[in-house]
Design a protein around this ligand. Structure first.
Ligand code: ZN
Length: 432
């Protein structure tokens, strides 16, 4: 875990050794990977390190989801003793991720290291605002309890689905130095704080993760809490993939915990180019994720961070590929293509937005405006977006005073209700 003084070469040596032992383990003990390797006439000895990863076929969530636990878990694992995280998935298809207690703690320590590098100090009071799940009975929380006994763990969890004034009241009471959480939830609290006359909440550090942070969300959180917003990048399968570097503005990739590839059409993109994230978790042996397609779109960053630390970088995180919009003529556009064209001059009048593809031929921009005088802005936006979508696609701006969160507590700035393969039939009931 210690990274100070570690050279890039040492980091790569560690990473490649860890990858080789993961592959041997998965081949010998996880039936899914055994079959996958055999089918492609591949053996772990063919892989020297990250440089040979492309020999391994990519696995998707769909590949794993339909399989019984004994196919995707390492043999000899006691299912009853593993920790489990059940994800709803942005497509609404549930999926359970399992790890051992030790694996979970390794992931926790990597996150702690990231928070430390963002400015968290020992003894800081930390509040995370998120979806509060009941404790896993297999999680003995030894580390947390031990640290708490020494008075150096003061961390609290708040349910971010509560009304913003309830969350704000608790934050005023706790006065945390660190606040972490999902941007959508923190936005609601930030808006409340900005508009209420009570005591301000001023953490030293505010870190978001778990969903896409748009520039508008970033500005609202900054206004409400009075501190710059810092980001951590992870998912349920990969609790830590990256964290923001305070010096370069890029994200450090967690190279000693995961191998992150950025691919387009199966080929690695060059630094500065966008692609899809495919990742390998070096701390998941109970349920391995090897060359696993996450569905996020990111911009690949520099090979080495400019700050001198040994990590490679992610330039920028655009969001989920799953929310791409498929148009009637078959073109697939990333919602950010629409958003960048309209957000450029528009962020002074938009408090919050959500881009929603209701049907293949109808896209709606839901907007909570800053105030009521927006009719010029609405027609300007409609005029600028229509040419991008082409003929036959309707585009409307809808003014609202509230945009609900997903049932999972996430706020998704772009959503499509159209299944990619369907002819325009909504994929799921509409929660709006
Ligand atoms: Zn850096």
């Amino acid at each position: 875990m210690r990274i100070t003084g570690t050279s890039r070469e040492e980091l790569e040596t560690y990473r490649d050794a860890r990858l080789r032992s993961l592959l041997v383990h998965a081949y010998e003990r996880v039936p899914y990977y055994r079959k996958l390797f055999d089918r492609h006439r591949l053996h772990p000895r063919h892989i020297r390190g990250a440089v040979d990863l492309e020999l391994i076929p990519i696995t998707t969530k769909q590949d794993l989801r339909g399989l019984p636990a004994h196919e995707i878990l390492a043999s000899g694992m006691n299912l009853a003793r593993l920790l489990s995280v059940r994800t709803s998935g942005s497509t609404g298809e549930p999926f359970t991720i399992r790890r051992t207690w030790l694996e979970d703690k390794r992931q926790y320590l990597l996150r702690l290291r990231a928070l430390r590098s963002l400015g968290m100090r020992i003894g800081d009071c930390k509040v995370s605002v998120g979806v509060v799940r009941p404790d896993d009975p297999n999680d003995r929380k030894l580390i947390g309890r031990t640290l708490r006994a020494f008075g150096i763990n003061r961390s609290f969890r708040l349910d971010g689905l509560q009304e913003p004034e309830v969350v704000a009241a608790r934050l005023r009471e706790l006065r945390p130095a660190i606040i972490t959480g999902m941007p959508g939830m923190l936005c609601r609290v930030a808006d409340y704080l900005a508009s209420s006359a009570g005591q301000p909440v001023r953490p030293r550090l505010l870190v978001v993760g778990g969903e896409t942070l748009t520039p508008v969300m970033q500005r609202r959180i900054q206004q409400g809490f009075g501190v710059p917003v810092r980001q951590i990048y992870g998912s349920h399968e990969f609790p830590l993939l990256g964290w923001e570097c305070g010096v370069s503005g890029q994200f450090h990739t967690c190279d000693d915990g995961a191998i992150l590839e950025v691919l387009r059409d199966g080929q690695p993109v060059r630094p500065g180019e966008q692609g899809e994230v495919v990742a390998t978790n070096l701390n998941a042996f109970a349920m391995p994720f090897i060359r696993y397609r996450l569905g996020d779109i990111v911009t690949r960053g520099d090979e080495r961070c400019g700050c001198g630390q040994p990590f490679s970088t992610i330039g920028d995180i655009q969001g989920r590929a799953i929310d791409s919009f498929t148009l009637p003529d078959g073109r697939v556009i990333h919602p950010y293509q629409i958003l960048t064209s309209l957000i450029a001059g528009a962020d002074t009048w938009i408090r919050q937005y959500q881009l929603l593809q209701e049907r293949r031929d109808r896209i709606v921009l839901r907007v909570i405006p800053v105030d009521g005088r927006v009719s010029d802005q609405v027609s300007r936006v409609e005029r600028s977006v229509l040419p991008l979508l082409g003929p036959g696609v309707e585009f409307k701006v809808q003014l609202l005073d509230h945009i609900p969160l997903d049932p999972t507590g996430k706020f998704r700035p772009a959503r499509s209700l159209v299944h990619p393969d369907s002819s325009g039939r909504p994929a799921a009931p509409f929660h709006g």
